[in-house]
Design a protein around this ligand. Structure first.
Ligand code: AMP
Ligand code: MG
Length: 408
């Protein structure tokens, strides 16, 4: 049997980065920058007011107080967005709003709170020293500065900065495009009635969700019966648009194993079928279809999703240049006694209690208990050579919680 590490390496070797491209800002989030970004404008773009108030010459209001207010004629009104920039004459004030351009000659802004808010004449009851409440051009970003670096993940703040600098797209390592195909003649789409012997098809939507959660794109999802021609037709239709094909089902030892039947069982048609020393997820396949990488997962839903976690998610994220390709690995104290099969690396579903630093296995190890996976937050990673795990043992877990829910 092939080790988990070996199969991980082979999957990772098959899935390679797409050439750098550009993404519109709305599509760039969670991608990795392929290039440094230089600012072509300064931020702020121009000197502007940090407050709603009155632009003045600081000298004109230096003596203002509640007892000795200064009255100035309001010569201009400058809302945000005014594009003809007036000049402030000495002894006058311009009413000005936050973000509006500072008029030539003004050296300070008096906040509206320190005035009577007048529109013809304003009464000012506090001074405003030179430069007060003025946001100066370039104080955040000077034009020409490198503001973002290749390899950085595009976060909401990165998107905002790029837009503030006038860019509508960013150079990125594009998302991997993944085709997800479920196989099985017993499967029907959720939302339609079941006949005896039929079950609802859950792997395609589940794996598509996992693909998106990994940061990649889904080209299409399809579910086909155990019919080689039907399976081949779906591959024909979508393969050219995909960087990776994921199938589920049809790779075990029985008859009617459509994926094995389609590619031949001896690996001479570009896909090899192997047993990986893990539980769940032992039957795996890997290769290329018309040049496109394909990874064939077992059909049991838990096996399919665990296999995705172990082999495909890290490979996809690595190919997209994402820094955190692997789920965080943590050490946790086991709250119960467990057994694990000899010679197989076991990935049980678990509940990790970050505060207590403990982990409890969640549901039976068998690969059809999806319900438990749905409320688990980690995988227990039990090494191949371990069979008895006493209560209180330190175990490695893979933290499946979204980054925002992780504390330690
Ligand atoms: P297979 O790997 O095709 O032998 O399937 C193993 C088990 O997983 C069988 O009980 C299938 O009915 C079930 N199964 C396979 N594919 C799916 C799917 N897409 N959705 C739900 N169950 C599935
Ligand atoms: Mg099947």
């Amino acid at each position: 049997m092939r080790s988990v590490e070996e199969h991980q390496r082979i999957v990772a070797g098959l899935i390679t980065a797409r050439p750098a491209g550009t993404a519109e800002l709305v599509d760039a989030e969670r991608l990795v920058l392929a290039d440094d970004i230089q600012a072509t404008v300064s931020l702020p773009v121009f000197d502007n007011s940090a407050m709603d108030g009155y632009a003045v010459r600081a000298d004109d209001v230096a003596a203002a107080s509640t007892e000795n207010p200064v009255k100035l004629p309001v010569a201009e009104d400058i809302p945000a967005g005014r594009t003809d920039i007036p000049t402030l004459e000495p002894g006058t004030a311009h009413r000005i709003m936050t973000g509006a351009p500072i008029p030539a000659g003004a050296t300070a802004v008096v906040p509206v709170e320190a005035t009577d808010g007048g529109t013809d004449v304003v009464t000012i009851t506090a001074g405003s020293p030179q430069g007060r409440h003025i946001r100066h051009a370039g104080e955040d970003v000077a034009a020409g500065t490198t503001v973002l670096r290749a390899g950085q993940v595009v976060t909401p703040a990165v998107v905002g900065l790029a837009a503030a600098l006038g860019r509508h797209e960013l150079p990125v390592i594009p998302r991997q495009r993944v085709l997800v195909v479920s196989t099985g003649s017993e499967l029907v789409s959720p939302g339609t009635p079941l006949r005896p012997g039929q079950i609802y098809e859950s792997n395609s939507v589940m794996l598509a969700a996992a693909v998106r959660d990994a940061g990649a794109d889904v080209v299409a999802t399809a579910a086909v019966s155990d019919d080689v021609a039907e399976f081949a037709a779906v591959l024909d239709r979508y393969t050219a648009d995909a960087d990776l094909i994921i199938t589920s089902g049809g790779v075990s030892a029985g008859a009617y194993e459509v994926v094995k039947d389609a590619f031949g069982r001896d690996g001479d048609q570009g896909v090899e079928f192997v047993k990986v020393a893990m539980q769940p997820g032992m039957p795996q396949g890997i290769g290329r279809v018309a040049g496109t990488p394909i990874v064939t997962l077992p059909g049991n839903p838990v096996s399919a999703l665990v296999s995705f976690e172990v082999f495909i998610r890290p490979a996809l994220r690595t190919a997209m240049g994402l820094p955190d390709a692997h789920r965080p690995r943590r050490s946790a104290v086991l709250t119960e006694q467990l057994t694990s099969p000899r010679g197989r690396r076991q990935f049980r579903r678990g509940v990790f209690d970050a505060d207590a630093g403990t982990v409890t296995s969640w549901g039976p190890p068998a690969s059809h208990h999806l319900r438990w996976f749905a409320s688990a937050n980690c995988l227990l990673d039990i090494p191949e050579d371990v069979q008895e795990i006493p209560v209180g043992s330190e175990l490695q877990i893979w933290d499946l919680r979204p980054a925002t829910m992780q504390s330690a």
